[in-house]
Design a protein around this ligand. Structure first.
Ligand SMILES: Nc1ncnc2c1ncn2[C@@H]1O[C@H](COP(=O)(O)OP(=O)(O)O)[C@@H](O)[C@H]1O
Ligand SMILES: [Mg+2]
Length: 532
């Protein structure tokens, strides 16, 4: 074999940008399969609109329009009534991967990494060669422009910037995208937006589909959800590298005050306790000089101490009343049961909350359509499990998700559901956390952390018990009704026979019999009947 020298091999040594990495690995961002890619684009823009409106305290009005240009090529427009994007930053917001207002904050939002919008710009570029077009107004300035991404440098390329005074506050993004496909399936945009409306009942969403049809998911709650508070990280939720990072950026003069200032639940008293476990560390030193070894010792010591649980007001749930209203609005079921569990922690220090609901009857359990999606086999059971994380629907990678795992492990027969596939039942679960442990970059499944799976099970079992009571009530009622009907069938014959024997008026006997029977089955008439 011919040998190559290090020199000749290392001629090929090159550095690459993060954009280049994601161009080669676009499946990591959710760009795999034509249907999924389209849903990903809509998801990225819509979650950004929701986040922006939430932060600005605006009830969101979002429109999504999809027009077919040619086979597998569409024009997508997403508009919102949000706060707008300053023109100075719009380039970076739309075309620099890992740039945004969210990554660096301990705040529950839908977006986290600053990848979504730039990912879309890149996908438009690599499938059509075109820039995206943005119109936006912050109320102070209005403008429109084209934005593309320089993949080599991960920098925006802005062109045709024009001031606009007539644009009303908010943002409109238009892009042409190739290698995508609109389909009405469980993985499609319609289903995605329907579920977004379910988990964001304060939002009004309009979809114009490629065949020109308009669908509107009306706002069912006129109140903004409770704003999540930005919190400090809890000492149990951080690793050595995080600690070093915080320490080296800190403006505190001493390690002790740095710990108190930076982390939640660290008080001077707790620092004294820490000193017991980290005897060799000088708590008077400048945090900028904290070494890796010292940070390791501190992280270990954190685990030795009893902490007050993390603050919970960083989490923004949907709310049980809101879920109930939204489910009734969208699935029109005959029965719904919702629970919001108390906050819990996973990995020792990261708080999360589970909300769950079960809907029965009406449109519950109905699939958008039976179409099979490109590459992923749709399993019915999974189609009836509506999964959400931080109020964002997850439509893909169902089988690896903690929610699917928990829902499937439940013995539904106990709760009156003999066949999950066939019966009109939908289950929804939303997990809220500042740090949702997604099992992939595409954020379509939640990792199966023990504490999370357990919480979901408990939540579903809770809803299940109420469902069971309802179903057995319905069954009982159905039996009663069928007995009532059977008996009523004999009334005519019986009263005329009795009239013959007794010589009394057949009509009188009939009235008497009917009133006895109706009295016996009076529950059938007094309670509201919701039998299908
Ligand atoms: N519709 C919008 N309205 C206001 N700001 C937006 C909008 N869309 C995107 N942004 C800004 O662009 C940034 C980058 O968005 P994105 O790449 O999706 O990352 P992320 O949502 O994870 O922060 C956001 O953090 C936000 O500051
Ligand atoms: Mg985003």
């Amino acid at each position: 074999m011919q040998q190559a020298s290090a020199e000749s091999i290392f001629k090929e040594f090159k550095e690459h940008s993060i954009s280049e990495f994601f161009r080669k690995n676009s499946q990591m961002l959710g760009y795999s399969g034509k249907v999924r890619s389209l849903t990903t684009i809509v998801h990225e823009y819509v979650t950004n609109s929701l986040d922006a409106c939430e932060e600005a305290g605006i009830l969101p009005e979002i429109s999504v329009s999809i027009t077919e240009i040619s086979e597998n090529k569409y024009l997508i427009t997403v508009s919102d009534n949000g706060p707008g994007i300053p023109s100075k930053l719009v380039g970076k917001a739309m075309a620099t991967i890992l740039a945004g207002t969210k990554f660096h904050r301990y705040l529950q939002q839908r977006g986290q990494q600053g990848i979504g919008a730039a990912g879309c710009t890149m996908y438009s570029l690599i499938t059509t060669g075109k820039p995206i077009h943005v119109k936006s107004s912050t109320g102070k300035e209005g403008y429109e422009c084209d934005i593309s991404i320089d993949i080599k440098t991960n920098k925006p390329i802005m062109s045709n910037l024009e001031k606009r005074t007539e644009i009303s506050s908010g943002t409109v993004i238009e892009g042409t995208f190739g290698d995508i496909k609109y389909e009405e399936s469980d993985h499609g945009v319609y289903e995605y937006l329907k579920r977004t409306a379910l988990s964001n009942p304060h939002t009004s969403i309009k979809l114009t589909s490629p065949d020109g049809k308009d669908y509107v998911f009306i706002r069912s709650v006129n109140e903004m959800p409770k704003r999540p508070k930005e919190i400090k990280p809890h000492p149990l939720g951080i690793g050595t590298n995080d600690l070093i990072d915080f320490a080296h950026k800190s403006e505190s003069k001493k390690l002790s005050s740095f710990l108190v200032d930076t982390f939640s639940r660290v008080t001077p008293g707790k620092v004294t306790e820490l000193k017991e476990f980290a005897k060799n560390i000088d708590f008077e030193k400048n945090p900028a000089d904290l070494t890796w070894e010292e940070a390791e010792i501190l992280v270990k010591s954190f685990k030795e101490i009893k902490w007050v649980a993390p603050e919970m007001d960083a989490m923004s749930t949907i709310g049980d009343k809101q879920i109930e209203t939204a489910i009734k609005n969208i699935l029109n079921p005959t029965f719904v049961s919702v629970v919001e569990r108390k906050p819990r922690v996973f990995k020792g220090g990261i708080p999360f909350v589970v909300e769950a609901g079960i809907a029965y009857g009406g449109d519950a359990g109905k699939k958008t359509s039976a179409i099979k999606v490109d590459d992923e086999k749709v399993q019915n059971v999974e189609g009836s499990i509506l999964r959400f994380a931080n109020k964002v629907p997850m439509l893909f990678d169902a089988s690896s998700c903690a929610i699917t795992e928990a829902a499937k492990s439940i013995q539904w027969k106990r709760y009156g559901i003999t066949n999950f596939d066939e019966e009109p039942v939908s289950v929804m679960v939303n997990i809220s956390s500042v740090y949702v442990p997604y099992s992939g970059v595409g954020k379509q499944a939640v990792a199966q952390e023990d504490e999370i799976v357990e919480e979901i099970k408990l939540a579903l079992m809770d809803c299940g018990r109420t469902l069971q009571r309802y179903i057995s009530g319905v069954k009982n009622k159905k039996e009663q009704e069928s007995r009532y009907k059977t008996i009523m069938r004999y009334v005519d014959q019986l009263s005329s026979d009795l009239a013959e024997i007794t010589g009394n008026e057949s009509e009188d006997i009939k009235h008497g019999l009917i009133s006895i029977i109706e009295n016996r089955y009076k529950e059938l008439f007094t309670e509201q009947t919701d039998l299908a």
